[in-house]
Design a protein around this ligand. Structure first.
Ligand SMILES: [Ca+2]
Length: 308
């Protein structure tokens, strides 16, 4: 049986491709997607998610949103990139179609709570942005954690430099955790099973032009492949990694990954805020993804996209 999924994402290119993978894959049964404030502007990322669902003729999933702000906002220039998606020429093909969802999304917390209360089995939460919403959900309705199978989190930098480049905080933390360190602490302390996909493993997976060429050759009849190629083309000149796509693939095919259990804590204030580290005396044991074969990862991406 496909595993039930809630996807909480923050609307960047990589988030949107992760969303497509989780929605299409037969291994995952996506129930709700919520856009959180982070590496995009929520309204733009919401519109982009609607256009993607309309373009791909996807069904049944509720698209929600939350305007809860993270503590440390992402750089404005990164957040603006989400607006480019909405205006992609490929979406001119859907001008005659009824939009996938013609109402403003419900609040993510309400949608997640409904999903967790009414699902007929435990739900896996996949987060590819700051943990603001998931922390609030667990704080406000702690009993819901009994209905969560696990949380798969893109975030953290354990034994590698962080990707925050702001003066005074340089290279100490990874952005999703830096955006809201206390939220990560809350999720850690909740006791819910966690799989972490940190920069330590995502650094091994920069955007691969050969994968794009292969997808272009094999995906002539696939709308999802064509759309994913357009999305990746927006970032192909940057230093870009498969941060969130790796996280989705971990939900789709966890057996392809190697994990290590470590006791992890996070710094929640000061110039090292957001730093995730192995701790002897505090924190919690969680599963850290350490490796997946490149060929296996790329095969999941290609096979999944070619399904639609
Ligand atoms: Ca993200």
């Amino acid at each position: 049986m496909a595993k039930l999924i809630i996807h909480d994402h923050d609307g960047h290119i990589d988030d949107l491709i992760s969303l497509i993978l989780l929605w299409i894959s037969p291994e995952t049964d996506l129930q709700v997607v919520g856009i959180t404030s982070g590496d995009s502007f929520v309204e733009e990322a919401f519109k982009a998610s609607i256009k993607i669902a309309t373009f791909l003729d996807l069904e049944t999933v509720e698209i929600a949103q939350s305007n809860e702000s993270a503590l440390n906002p992402f750089p404005e220039s990164w957040r603006k990139e989400s607006s480019l998606v909405v205006d992609l020429p490929i979406f001119s093909q859907i001008s005659h179609k009824r939009p996938y969802q013609d109402f403003k999304g419900r609040n993510s917390l309400v949608a997640y709570s409904d999903c967790l209360k009414h699902a007929n089995s435990k739900v896996t939460i996949v987060t590819t942005g700051p943990l603001t919403n998931i922390a609030l959900l667990l704080e406000q309705q702690p009993k819901l954690k009994d209905n969560i199978q696990e949380i798969i989190i893109m975030g953290g930098a354990i034994n590698v430099p962080g990707n925050v480049e702001i003066d005074n905080f340089k290279h100490k933390a990874e952005w999703n955790i830096f955006a809201h360190p206390q939220a990560f602490r809350t999720v850690l302390n909740s006791g819910v099973h966690i799989k972490l996909i940190p920069l330590d493993v995502t650094n091994l997976f920069p955007l691969n032009k050969e994968l794009l060429i292969s997808l272009e050759e094999r995906g002539q009849k696939s709308k999802a492949a064509k759309l994913a190629l357009k999305l990746w083309s927006l970032v192909s000149s940057f230093e870009y990694y498969y941060w969130d796509t790796l996280t989705s693939v971990c939900a789709i095919k966890p057996d392809l990954f190697t994990f290590k259990e470590q006791k992890i804590d996070v710094v929640t204030s000061g110039s090292s805020m957001g730093r995730t580290y192995v701790s002897l005396f505090s924190g919690r044991h969680i599963e850290i993804a350490t490796q997946i074969s490149k060929a296996a990862f790329e095969q999941v991406i290609i096979e999944t996209l070619l399904m639609t």
